[in-house]
Write a protein that binds this ligand. Structure first.
Ligand code: AP5
Ligand code: MG
Length: 220
């Protein structure tokens, strides 16, 4: 069977990571997040992580060649043979073109799902996000508050704020998104594979809509 690839597309704070975690478990496809891969490299002190650090902390994109090498290396692993779920990639037209070529050569089936959320909501989501140091689980101080303050519901690990979730870096990330990533909407619309989902509603409702698109089955 041909591989199946789902691209979760959308602005910073749109809910890509939150939904990808659930969808990945539901569809049994690995969750591949370029942001998470960079953060793992940074935590391990690799050359790749150190290269990405200054771009990430200033709200800019990591250069395409660096991202593409890392991503293609990751999806070439055996667990991605049946397909995978992309979160935060592609983010520029050259990244999309490189992915298109690879997926066309593999005759993969591709769906792009855009999580649409107004910018005013994104800022509040990002500055209030808290992520587990141990397992990466995503909380929010208000919208997904942990049961015990500062502790992850899943593993009781310590919650931390991402360095790029400060208000000034968030403003820069949103500007970068508008300038470099938003044009991909037109690219995928033209290809006829873009699905739009209202991401500005409770996470469970968003998940139902995603599941419906991914499985083609209406979920109640
Ligand atoms: P990355 O880690 O991908 O960050 P991002 O795209 O900015 O997206 P976020 O992770 O901030 O948001 P999300 O959509 O995952 O939202 P989440 O589910 O956490 O990239 C970081 C950096 O790495 C980039 O800036 C760049 O430098 C570099 N990079 C990565 N990929 C790259 C690439 N391809 N090319 C070049 N550079 C790249 O949700 C956010 C918050 O909202 C959470 O607190 C959550 O609890 C809450 N929330 C989620 N859903 C809901 C809901 N329905 N209602 C209420 N609250 C909600
Ligand atoms: Mg994320």
């Amino acid at each position: 069977m041909n591989a199946r690839v789902i691209i979760l597309f959308g602005a910073p704070g749109g809910g890509k990571g939150t939904q990808a975690t659930r969808l990945s478990a539901e569809l049994k496809l690995p969750h591949v997040s370029t942001g998470d891969l960079f953060r793992e490299n940074l935590a391990q002190g690799t050359a790749l992580g150190l290269r990405a650090k200054s771009f990430m902390e200033s709200g800019k994109l990591v250069p395409d060649d660096v991202v593409l090498d890392m991503l293609f290396d990751r999806v070439a692993r055996p667990d991605c043979k049946q397909g995978y779920l992309l979160d935060g990639f592609p983010r520029t037209l050259p990244q999309a073109a490189a992915l298109d070529a690879r997926l066309a050569a593999a005759k993969a089936s591709v769906q792009v799902i855009h999580l649409k959320v107004p910018e005013s909501v994104l800022v509040e989501r990002l500055v209030g996000r808290r992520t587990c140091k141990q397992c990466g689980n995503i909380h929010h101080v208000k919208f997904s508050a942990p049961k015990a303050a500062g502790r992850c519901d899943k593993c009781n690990g310590e919650l931390e704020q991402r360095r790029d979730d400060s208000p000034d870096v968030v403003t820069k990330r949103l500007a970068t998104y508008r300038a470099e990533t938003q044009p991909l909407e037109g690219h995928y619309k033209q290809a006829g594979i873009l699905h739009e989902v209202d991401g500005n509603r409770p996470a469970d409702e968003v998940f139902k809509a995603l599941k419906q698109i991914a499985t083609g089955v209406e979920v109640r």
